[in-house]
Ligand binder design. Structure first.
Ligand SMILES: [Zn+2]
Length: 170
């Protein structure tokens, strides 16, 4: 699936909750996982492929040889967040080749519906916690650059506008 690039109005929208987990949404989730692994990335949210629903996929296993852990999350929520914060250099498939340090809670208790519509809970720490929060932001129309200073955000946005103009001409 093509991944939308920032700036795009669809990346700024509040996504709608899933109340009926249809087969077409499961197919969308499977296609998104394939797109994410292909990119490659560690997470992908539905609005990044133009679908404004509360769904993202994640797999933060990066170690060579470690088994993949593909996760499909519908209606994801944060139940509790630690006071302790963590800083990660984040990137985004919708903002390729730009990175910035973002501070977020280090540990989050989370809840979601899995691919079969069953409620799941877990506690995420480190990279998984950061990824979950980054993807959840997407469902609320927020990007990681919304967490950084205005100067750097504007610089990245200008470079992305230029990249998109060049791609449109090619
Ligand atoms: Zn992203």
């Amino acid at each position: 699936m093509p991944i939308l690039l920032h700036p795009d109005p669809r990346l700024k929208k509040l996504c709608a909750p899933v109340d009926d987990l249809s087969d077409s949404l499961r197919v969308l989730a499977d296609d998104m996982l394939e797109t994410m692994y292909d990119a490659p990335g560690v997470g992908l949210a539905a609005p990044q492929v133009g679908q404004l629903v509360r769904l993202f996929v994640l797999d933060c296993i990066k170690e060579e040889g470690e088994e993949a852990r593909p996760m499909v999350m519908f209606n994801p929520e944060i139940v509790a967040a630690s006071e302790e914060m963590n800083v990660y250099e984040e990137g985004c498939l919708s903002i390729p080749e730009h990175y910035a340090e973002v501070k977020r809670p280090k540990v989050v208790d989370v809840r979601w519906l899995d691919r079969d519509g069953r409620e799941q809970t877990d506690t995420f720490d480190g990279l998984w916690a950061t990824c979950f929060q980054h993807e959840l932001d997407h469902l609320n129309g927020k990007l990681f650059i919304d967490h950084i200073g205005a100067m750097k955000r504007q610089m990245i946005t200008r470079k992305m506008q230029k990249l998109k103009r060049e791609q449109a001409r090619a």
